[in-house]
Write a protein that binds this ligand. Sequence first.
Ligand SMILES: Nc1ncnc2c1ncn2[C@@H]1O[C@H](COP(=O)(O)OP(=O)(O)OP(=O)(O)O)[C@@H](O)[C@H]1O
Ligand SMILES: [Mg+2]
Length: 284
Amino acid sequence: MSNTETEREAESDAADSLITTDVETGSNDRTATSDRTAVATRDLNVFYGDEQAIDDVSMEIPEKRVTALIGPSGCGKSTFLRCINRMNDMIDVCRVEGDVEFGGKNVYDDDVDPVALRRKIGMVFQKPNPFPKSIRDNVAYGLKIQGYDGDIDERVEDALKGAALWDEVKGQLDSSGLDLSGGQQQRLCIARAIAADPEVVLMDEPTSALDPVAASKIEDLIDDLAEQYTVIIVTHNMQQAARISDRTAVFLTGGRLVEYDDTTKIFEDPEEQRVEDYITGKFG
Ligand SMILES: Nc1ncnc2c1ncn2[C@@H]1O[C@H](COP(=O)(O)OP(=O)(O)OP(=O)(O)O)[C@@H](O)[C@H]1O
Ligand SMILES: [Mg+2]
């Protein structure tokens, strides 16, 4: 963990913000903060009933970087991702043991409000899921729920620009989000996630339902997002993980984290034979 005075202060600010409902603007200085940890899991174990889905995973995820989670179907990638913002709380049979540290606090502590947590740690899913509302209302949704009393139109514009969608939709903010193409809908969902001013954006196979052109736009966007946010992305696409991520975590069957390192190391010279076999398509 970090140990300077300033870092401790920043951590305690982030922890405070989990238990209040304030909207905050974070520091966006990528170089100054690049070696800090955004999220750390410690001895994380996850069970669905008697079945173990994550097996003792300890992992430090760097701030303002793209971290890819890869591994064969059923190895626990989505489960791991959902632990980070407590989306697994919604699954009755799911039990989580161990810590997920964010802002110097365990997100599973009793005083953490999961709704406030999910504003700080937003999520984008495989299938674009805009609400049956206008483009503007999709993006403004979270802000309105928070009772944000600033200039909503300005925040909507900023979020749509941040999601590289503004130029395509600025003349039609009142039309339905559902009338956009799949790739535009996914960028709308990213705009909705970043409108709440999160620190971390979780993405679970965000391009797998998209055509290659739309997928490539999202990849470019992820690269831009990492200037401001910590991005943690699950993908089945090895080329995508290699192209867009700084760090790669390889999970294998049974929810074990087998190797976690710089992306170039994982793809060019992995330590584990099983990892090499997986990334070269010998199984999975
Ligand atoms: N809601 C649930 N209830 C019970 N078991 C579940 C649930 N969700 C996942 N599991 C089980 O947990 C294990 C890990 O599933 P998870 O969805 O995290 O894998 P994944 O790596 O994301 O797979 P995929 O690549 O297919 O999306 C699997 O054995 C799965 O059957
Ligand atoms: Mg999954």
